[in-house]
Write a protein that binds this ligand. Structure first.
Ligand SMILES: [Zn+2]
Ligand SMILES: [Zn+2]
Length: 318
């Protein structure tokens, strides 16, 4: 099948899947009352899903994998070349999923690598889009390790869009705010039942539920946490136990240097930048819905008012 036709098919399936998941979240929510345009929705959609993905795809495929592919002769190790496409997909799905489990587990136990993973845990309202919030360095590491072997070991070009589609579908599914019971399959397949707990703010789950597609890794390696009930619906039950920046660039800066985002608002240039996005959005909505021009429907970003406890200060400023 020509690659452009395959891309059209995978894109269509993905769009249908998004519509399906959004409808499912409305019909059977895991946490009731979660708004569609929840806290961080636009950051996740515009910065992480659209802009970051676009540029990192170019970086990973054209500037990291392609030079390695062209610089060396890989024909001697292209053992997957003659396998049926379905077997190639299965092989890379399983091996990469095991790698992701191990790397994810390592990130939770290593201080430096936690810095490039905490962004993923920062959302207090987790839904189908939350999986997209991953630090740029985390994506570069994981997707290079994911797609380089597919290309270098001689897989069919169809494997890349099929694998990418499965990643996107599973990513949305395990983060979706949906009530789902997989029965006995939950020991094999991952689902929101386990992964939403991984996003909860509890000691017990900080070192649990690392799986992405196959929950079997957590059960096999003894890291499954499945208490049979939901984490609770209060903000403190979810996300990080310390303040985390709301801005895309500050989220990345925070991984290098700890700071308290609201403190930066004392600088006029920062204040202008910080409020630029909601101001632009308000202006856009005012033009779009002229009738409501006097009441733009966009809130300013919330500013933290709660002082940090000394323990939190110590933890984030270290
Ligand atoms: Zn994690
Ligand atoms: Zn997650």
């Amino acid at each position: 099948m020509p690659q452009d036709k395959l891309l059209a098919i995978t894109t269509t399936i993905l769009v249908c899947w998004v519509i399906f998941i959004i409808a499912w979240e409305r019909i059977s929510p895991y946490r009731k009352g979660l708004a569609f345009f929840r806290e961080g929705f636009w950051v996740d959609l515009v910065w992480y899903t659209l802009i970051q993905s676009y540029f990192l795809k170019i970086l990973i495929f054209d500037y990291l994998i392609a030079p390695v592919q062209h610089h060396f002769n890989w024909s001697a190790i292209q053992f997957v070349k003659d396998w049926p496409i379905a077997v190639q997909v299965l092989f890379f799905v399983v091996t990469h999923d095991l790698y992701i489990y191990l790397f994810h587990r390592f990130q939770h136990s290593n201080k430096t690598f936690w810095r490039i993973h905490e962004a993923h845990h920062s959302g207090k309202e987790v839904d189908f889009l939350s999986g997209s919030r991953s630090h740029a360095i985390e994506i570069i590491i994981n997707q290079t390790i994911e797609f380089a072997p597919i290309i270098l070991l001689g897989a069919d070009p169809a494997v890349i869009p099929i694998k990418a589609l499965l990643d996107a579908m599973f990513g949305m599914f395990i983060h979706a705010n949906v009530k789902v019971k997989l029965g006995k399959f939950k020991y094999f397949l991952n689902s929101p039942e386990l992964h939403l707990w991984h996003h909860a703010n509890y000691q017990e789950v900080f070192h649990a539920n690392f799986s992405t597609k196959f929950a079997v890794w957590d059960h096999l390696f003894g890291t499954a946490y499945d208490p049979g009930h939901a984490p609770g619906n209060k903000p403190e039950n979810w996300g990080l136990g310390y303040h985390y920046p709301k801005d895309y660039f500050l989220q990345h800066a925070f991984s290098l240097k700890r700071f308290h985002e609201p403190d930066l608002l004392k600088y006029p240039w920062f204040k202008r930048y910080y409020y630029l996005r909601p101001a632009l959005l308000s202006a856009f909505l005012r033009i779009f819905w002229k009738k409501n021009s006097s009441k733009p429907n966009v809130q300013q970003p919330e500013i933290y008012n709660t002082p940090l406890t000394s323990h939190q200060q110590k933890e984030i400023l270290q």
